[in-house]
Design a protein around this ligand. Structure first.
Ligand code: KIV
Ligand code: NA
Length: 265
């Protein structure tokens, strides 16, 4: 079976089908989502928060992105794998962006890359697309800019809404195959979705985008502490794993594990 391509997902959107995207950061989890039929997986720089133990996505390096992206590619057969360009890997300009995107394509084997910013990242997107690298844009809340913008809903008010529309068009005009809209009012996300012909992928952007994305650790209830209101926990893996770890510990301490069936003579 061949992998899903950017053309397949464009065709799905054209047919009016909504599609789901999830993040993944390791081969085993990615294989679960691949077998569950998730068509697009994002090796997000959210790995910084939910996999590497950083406070934000800002410290994530190209080396970390490359290693974990390669693992996700190895763990999957069917999904389109998109990898984030981390903070500092494309802000210097298009040539730097091309060098780092090329690493993710050649060394990790991903099918596409994602980078943050609309008008400000237009030249980077254009050069990557010209070089034959499919690019997913990311506008609205852009977590790599947390030190400047904080974490709050973007595009509120007429001026900010117009800027978001300009950013969306800049991403599309530069040749991106899709664009993430993060934490924007649903009405504005719907307007962007009607305005663009490329698929919009919402997170905290309401129900009218062409696709949705969630950070998988939030989606399976693995994230500790508070999670954003826009996520949904479909299960509680944190509780499941806590119970398993406690049961195992009790059995070891109590001498009931390993039992006869786990033992060789
Ligand atoms: O890194 C990430 O997980 C993302 C998604 C939230 C879109 O960029
Ligand atoms: Na990201």
């Amino acid at each position: 079976t061949r992998r899903i391509s950017v053309h397949d997902i464009a065709a799905a959107t054209e047919r009016g089908e909504k599609w789901p995207m999830l993040t993944a950061y390791d081969a085993m989890t990615a294989s679960v989502f691949d077998e569950a039929g998730i068509p697009v997986m994002l090796v997000g720089d959210s790995m910084g928060n939910c996999h590497l133990g950083y406070e934000t996505t800002v410290p994530v390096t190209m080396d970390e992105m490359t290693v974990l992206s390669a693992a996700v590619v190895r763990g999957t057969k069917r999904a389109l794998i998109v990898a984030d360009l981390p903070f500092g890997a494309y802000q210097e300009g298009p040539v730097q962006a091309l060098r780092n995107a090329t690493r993710l394509i050649k060394d990790a084997g991903v099918g596409a890359v994602k980078l943050e910013g609309g008008e400000r990242s237009h030249e980077q997107i254009r050069l990557l697309v010209e070089a034959g690298i499919p690019v997913m844009g990311h506008i609205g809340l852009t977590p790599q800019s947390v030190n400047a913008m904080g974490y709050r809903v973007q595009g509120r008010g007429e001026e900010a809404a117009q800027q978001l529309l300009r950013d969306a068009k800049a991403v599309q005009d530069a040749g991106a195959f899709a664009v993430v809209l993060e934490l924007v009012p649903a009405e504005l996300a719907a307007e962007v979705t009607r305005t663009l012909h490329i698929p919009t992928v919402g997170i905290g952007a309401g129900p009218e985008t062409d696709a949705q994305v969630l950070v998988y650790t939030d989606m399976v209830g693995l994230t500790g502490g508070k999670v954003p209101r826009f996520t949904k926990q479909y299960t509680n893996l944190r509780q499941v794993m806590t119970d398993a770890a406690r049961a195992y510990a009790e059995e070891v301490v109590g001498g009931t594990f390993p039992a006869a069936e786990h033992t060789f003579h």
